[in-house]
Design a protein around this ligand. Structure first.
Ligand code: ARG
Length: 445
């Protein structure tokens, strides 16, 4: 059955091709569809399109549908196109003509838009919460291992001393930049498109400010054409933020794979967290982080895929936009899965506390020794030459002490300042700072 039934049934093949994955993907929109409809009919009641008697009856029914969706029991029946049609069919079955009234002053075009905005807002918050959990984990590890040195590299060659405190702490701070992107995407999603109807507004005197407030949007897309244009644009912003998180996590996964390699031997995981080979009995492979690296690399392709899908679309609604869901929905799930898995794995990481005992890392300390000479009054270039000649003729003996004290260095990680920066960003996406940060701040920093 179609909402747009005009006395003929469309060809089955046409229906299958155009509905695509909607029956499955739209299940994720069901609860938001009910919420959007509730706000819409409250507003319709104020302009006389729904009576005071009808409103509570419709609201009660929509709340039941919403609860059903939250419990995961909402289904889109065979022959019903999408979530919007299913909700209207359910209302009409139960309430007759009353159910048929709710679509006044809207179209599925603004209905799906508002559903998507509400969904993306929630998903962005979930991603941000997972980012904060990983941030917390990395900061705790940074503090726990701040005294453990490791080699730092430039050009993939041994360079200067680094530490596990720096390494874990670096990824924690890097996640704040990604959080900024999530906040930007959230602000773009957090605007009400409802009332734009098919994309050109309505001749009903809709109160769009009222639905904005009811749905808790920070503002509305005022211009109805701009509201319709936000379909696709919002998904692109969300995917760009996801790609930013994925880039950080993908890079971290690469570090882990590298550092687990026997040639490095910097970190380990318990055997149960590694995978074996069907032929080489000794293998304990880092498959988790290889899969994570691969997934995160794929996620970075999503903004490009969405950009191509929407490239050169004419103004107004076009059905191509439906396919955005096929791409962005799995991406939103995937990034949370990767973040949670990284957090889980890091709960079991073991660090090698004696890496620098190996003489192959002696040259890490040359700069320390040059600086020590310079501090004692030798001009820097002279000190550099002196140590350089010692290295060249094989007489260099490292002093093996590291005195970095400036902010952000091995001896002064500034983790609590980094934490403050994260809190100030995360609060903008509605993260409960007290709940997510307070306990950990006292315990670990
Ligand atoms: N499934 C559609 C989508 O996601 C719903 C909107 C349909 N609108 C239309 N004019 N056919 O875009």
């Amino acid at each position: 059955m179609k909402l747009w039934n005009k006395g003929y049934e469309p060809d089955k093949l046409i229906e299958e091709f155009t509905v695509g994955q909607d029956r499955e993907l739209d299940l994720r929109l069901a609860r938001y569809d009910a919420e959007g409809s509730m706000a819409h009919i409250r507003m319709l009641a104020t302009i006389g399109l729904i009576t005071d008697e009808e409103l509570p009856v419709l609201l009660k029914e929509l709340e039941e549908i919403r609860q059903m969706a939250i419990r995961g029991e909402f289904v889109i029946e065979d022959g019903i196109e999408d979530v919007h049609s299913q909700v209207e069919v359910m209302l009409t079955r139960k309430l007759g003509d009353m159910g048929k009234k709710i679509h006044s002053g809207r179209s599925r075009n603004d209905q799906v838009l508002v559903d998507l905005k509400l969904l993306m807002r929630d998903e962005l918050r979930s991603i941000a919460e997972a980012v904060v959990r990983l941030f917390d984990r990395l900061q705790s590890l940074s503090e726990e291992h701040k005294a453990v040195l490791m080699p730092g590299y430039t050009h993939n060659q041994i360079a200067m001393p680094s530490s596990f405190g720096l390494w874990f702490g670096a990824y924690a701070e890097s996640l704040i930049d990604d959080m900024e992107m999530l906040v930007a995407a959230y602000r773009i999603a957090d605007q009400n498109p409802l009332g734009s109807a098919a994309g050109y507004g309505s001749s009903f005197p809709l109160n769009r400010e009222m639905t904005t407030e009811l749905l808790g949007f920070r503002t509305l897309h005022y211009n109805v054409v701009a509201a319709q244009m936000s379909r696709g644009k919002t998904e692109k912003a969300v995917s760009t933020a996801i790609a930013a998180v994925a880039a950080t996590l993908g890079r971290f996964s690469m570090d882990i794979c590298q550092f687990m390699c026997q040639n490095f031997g910097f970190i380990k995981f318990p055997d149960e967290f590694t995978t074996g080979s069907s032929i080489m009995p000794h293998k304990k492979n880092p498959d988790v982080f290889e899969i994570m690296r691969g997934k995160c690399n794929r996620l970075q392709a999503v903004p490009n895929e969405l950009a191509l899908l929407t490239a050169n679309l004419p103004l107004g609604y076009n059905r191509d936009l439906q396919l955005m869901k096929d791409i962005i929905f799995p991406a939103m799930t995937e990034i949370v899965g990767c973040l949670n898995m990284a957090d889980f794995m890091l709960g079991h990481i073991q660090v090698n506390r004696n890496i620098l005992d190996d003489p192959k890392y002696d040259y890490l300390f040359t700069v320390e020794d040059v600086n020590r000479l310079a501090f004692s009054g030798v001009p820097f270039r002279e000190a550099y030459k002196k140590i350089g000649f010692q290295v060249q003729n094989g007489t260099y003996q490292p002093t093996r002490t590291v005195d970095h004290s400036h902010v952000g260095s091995i001896g002064n990680l500034a983790n609590s300042l980094i934490r403050k920066k994260m809190m100030a960003t995360a609060v903008q996406i509605g993260i409960n700072v007290e709940k997510n940060f307070a306990k950990k701040s006292e315990n670990c920093l």
